[in-house]
Design a binder for this molecule. Structure first.
Ligand code: GLC
Ligand code: GLC
Length: 815
């Protein structure tokens, strides 16, 4: 199709559609409001790819082991990545993914599926099908290209496949030119180009780009390939229908293969390109001829030399996802809900588990590593799919905790060491570890994890059972209370931008790490609510493992905290947010701006505070009255209109953006869960739908980000331009929204001794079935609204679903 102009774009309501049978989102125009991306890979090798073919790839660490160069702040946004050019003799060159030539296509479709992306496009009677994915168990991407002559005459065609290498460290790559422009090295073999920059010295890894076909030419020097003043939209080599066999000498290394093919009418050619990462033992880097050892590359290239092996790898990937998704399946009359529950919620949960907040189109992959609180929360939506990996993650996270129960806020995935730059002092962190451990044990029944010897701050010799880590988490909060008996906030709590101890007046300074972290006054009602919820869960866990006395004492402290919240955290119509360093309330009717915040409304009610005495309902009514906009519940109102150093970064954002009153999607599901606690199914579902991507698909021209995944924020009403989503993919919204749907609304909740079913349904949902794999048994749970409460397991009445030792069990529930 022809590229529409800007005014045509604006009048589109949506840019594609869901194909649920294939578990794909089908994008039907390259002119999406933003690049709409997908993730490839789920183990060690990862790639990102947009609907116009942009993106990058890396091995394990997006900063240190980057294979492909990506240009931040570039125009258009996604130049970078993998470039395929099709050039028919004498005709215009084009790309199956539209960019970078932007040649208008006669047909274009981009299908983002689970771990793969397929482009189907056509130009002048030539049809291309290009599928990219990372095969299970390998550290490479396959780019499987088929070109078919749909015309009536023979066609002579050149195919160029090109990669632009990143010089491994993505930060140096963008900064250290005086060195970079001298160091690039590559080796060329028939059909394979190796990127070996820095291999001569301290690296023991290389990248390669090969193809399972005979090539007619190659280039490895970007300037030669693109030509003087050339760019990726019109490479000289492609225009001249040739290659120059260029060998780089420093400068900008690329890998480019050219295939020349002649296609009779109806004839196809298929070639599979492999972009891979290889590694050698440090003491066995060289082969007998003194060249880079290439065992890995050769094995992988040989494996995929045959297209049957490529097909088999595709099938294996599909089977892998089928298996993962088979742990939870919803069958309901609601198509959008089924699609979110069965495909996109779980898919995004897997992506956030893998990436934390490190690499997307908005997280550059060069900054923060794994976040303590983020990784703990990501686990909630993931644990049922691959519990072993969740267990490993919990131990990694607990290992960066300090002996006093406080913890590093982040760690580097490659070293698993705490990140000293950001340090500690985010006082909500310790409680998220409790939440993650409880969630994991309820899912798996693996109480033995509590015995796992886990170090403090990764110090050998400091190992203590995981349970001791949880104990110290809870202990840390109990021993760090402020004047109102509420937990001290430290540098920040969940809201990274509520920096009550920072008082920064110097631009460029970090709001999180400047100022005294342990202000003795500023308190968080939010952490108090977390304590009421998660310390109570810890107490229950203690009972399970026989620590009765400790459990009783923890419960008493929970009751005390609950009283403190009701006494000092209640504002009359909603819960307050915090007390600042002067002891003044934040999020109170006494404030001129920032009078009500979302976080404590959601979390206090989830913790059960004020449910019996009426504060919970009032708080949620106030939330709807003040914070609810068309696109979800905003973080606070009224937004801060000037910078307040006593509040920190939150007041640095313009009104309606980010933490200053956007719809910060992450905590909307807390409101969904809270509404379910007080039994309001319609209100719960209403909030669920307002931020749910599948429900926003036909507003894509406003919402802008991908209609198949959540974004971090959506501009609020105060922005003057509400509804625009930002920072898609890597957000805690992924896991919390799956929890809010599967557990709060549909009501299937894992517990120590079985599954509980406690739905909280809206009027529009009367009946559904959830198939839930839990501890080795597949439960088919059929829920129907009748007005009467009952639960039968294989025909026998029960109050919950006890553990079963059979393979499948049928459960009938009426509500
Ligand atoms: C970002 C952070 C997360 C934090 C949230 C609110 O999403 O990754 O840790 O809770 O912002 O500030
Ligand atoms: C900024 C962002 C916040 C994020 C934090 C991470 O403060 O506004 O959302 O959590 O950076 O460091």
């Amino acid at each position: 199709m022809n590229a529409p102009n800007e005014s045509e774009v604006r009048s589109f309501m949506q840019y594609g559609h869901f194909d649920d049978a294939r578990k794909e989102y089908v994008i039907t125009t390259p002119n999406t409001p933003l690049p709409w991306i997908n993730y490839l890979g789920s183990e060690d090798f990862f790639g990102m790819i947009s609907n116009t073919g942009g993106g990058y790839a890396f091995y394990r660490d997006a900063k240190l082991q980057r294979l492909l160069r990506y240009r931040y702040n570039s125009v258009p946004a996604d130049v970078g990545g993998r470039f395929y050019y099709i050039k028919e003799r004498g005709k215009t060159a084009w790309n199956p993914a539209f960019l970078p030539t932007r040649t208008p296509l006669d047909a274009y479709e981009c299908r983002h599926g689970l771990g793969y992306t397929t482009f189907l496009s056509e130009k002048d009677g030539l049809a291309a099908e290009l599928t990219l994915f990372v095969p299970i168990g390998e550290t490479c991407e396959l780019h499987d290209l088929t070109l078919t002559n749909r015309g009536t005459l023979e066609k002579r065609v050149q195919i160029y496949g090109c990669m632009e290498w990143c010089l491994w460290n993505a930060v140096d790559d963008a900064q250290n030119y005086q060195r970079n422009l001298n160091i690039a090295e590559s080796e060329v073999e028939p059909s394979t180009i190796y990127h070996v920059t820095e291999y001569r010295e301290r690296r023991n890894h290389y990248a390669y780009y090969g193809v399972n076909a005979e090539t007619s030419g190659f280039d490895t020097d970007r300037n030669t390939f693109l030509g003087h003043m050339g760019d990726w939209s019109a490479p000289r080599a492609v225009a001249e229908e040739t290659s120059y066999a260029s060998h780089i000498t420093g400068w900008y290394p690329i890998a480019c293969h050219r295939l020349d093919v002649t296609l009779a009418p109806g004839e196809s050619v298929r070639a599979c390109f492999v972009l891979g990462y290889g590694e050698n033992p440090k003491d066995a880097k060289w082969d007998a001829d003194g060249r880079v050892r290439k065992d890995t590359a050769r094995r992988v290239l040989a494996k995929f030399a045959d297209s049957a092996a490529v097909d088999a790898a595709r099938a294996e990937l599909a089977a892998y996802w089928d298996r993962l998704l088979s742990s939870y399946r919803l069958v309901s009359p609601n198509e959008k809900l089924n699609r979110m529950a069965n495909i996109w919620h779980q898919y995004q949960c897997m992506v956030t588990f893998n990436m934390s907040r490190s690499a997307s189109y908005y997280e550059t992959g060069t900054g923060r590593g794994m976040g303590f609180r983020d990784s703990c929360q990501d686990l909630f939506g993931f644990v049922h799919m691959v519990p072993e990996r969740a267990r490993e993650r919990i131990i990694d996270i607990a290992s960066i905790q300090f002996a006093d129960g406080s913890t590093y806020h982040q760690y580097q995935p490659l070293t698993k060491r705490g990140n000293a730059d950001i340090g500690s002092g985010f006082n909500d962190d310790p409680l998220w570890l409790v939440a993650a451990a409880v969630c994991y044990i309820k899912e798996t029944g693996d109480f033995a994890v509590l015995e796992h010897p886990t170090p403090f701050n990764n110090k050998p010799g400091s190992e203590a059972p995981l349970l001791e880590h949880l104990r110290r988490s809870v202990g840390y909060i109990r021993s760090h209370l402020g004047p109102h008996g509420l937990p001290l906030i430290g540098r920040a709590d969940w809201n990274d931008c509520l920096n009550l101890n920072c008082f920064s007046e110097t631009s460029g300074e970090s709001f999180q790490t400047s100022g005294p972290s342990e202000g003795p006054v500023a308190e968080s009602v939010f952490i108090a609510a977390m304590y009421v919820k998660y310390a109570a869960e810890y107490a229950e866990l203690l009972e399970q493992v026989g620590y009765e006395a400790e459990s009783v004492s923890v419960r008493l402290s929970v009751q005390e905290m609950e009283r403190a919240v009701l006494k000092h955290g209640w504002d009359g119509a909603w819960f307050r947010r915090a007390y600042d360093a002067f002891g003044d309330p934040v999020g109170s009717k006494e404030c001129d701006e920032g009078r009500i915040f979302i976080e404590p409304q959601g979390f206090c009610v989830m913790a059960g505070i004020g449910v019996e005495t009426g504060e919970a309902k009032k708080a949620l009514d106030s939330t709807r009255e003040h914070l609810l906009g068309e696109y979800g519940v905003e973080l606070l109102v009224p937004c801060y209109t000037r910078y307040r150093k006593e509040l920190g970064e939150i007041s640095s954002y313009p009104p309606g953006f980010k933490e200053n009153g956007s719809v910060f999607c992450h905590n909307n599901p807390w409101i969904v869960c809270a509404e379910a606690v007080i039994g309001r199914g319609n209100e719960a579902f209403d909030v669920y739908k307002r931020i749910c991507p599948a429900y926003l698909e036909d507003k894509s021209d406003v919402h802008e980000t991908e209609p198949y995944c959540y974004s971090q924020t959506v501009t609020g009403r105060a922005s003057g331009n509400p509804g625009h989503a930002k920072n898609s993919w890597l957000t805690g919204t992924a896991s919390w929204s799956f929890v809010s749907l599967s557990q709060a609304i549909l009501g299937v909740k894992p517990d120590y001794d079985g599954l509980r079913v406690e739905p909280c349904l809206p009027d529009e949902l009367d009946e559904y079935t959830v198939e839930r794999r839990f501890r080795g048994c597949l439960y088919r749970i059929h829920v129907k609204k009748t007005g009467e409460q009952s639960l039968t397991v294989d025909g026998k009445r029960a109050d919950r679903i006890p553990l079963q030792d059979r393979e499948t069990v049928t459960v009938e529930v009426t509500v």
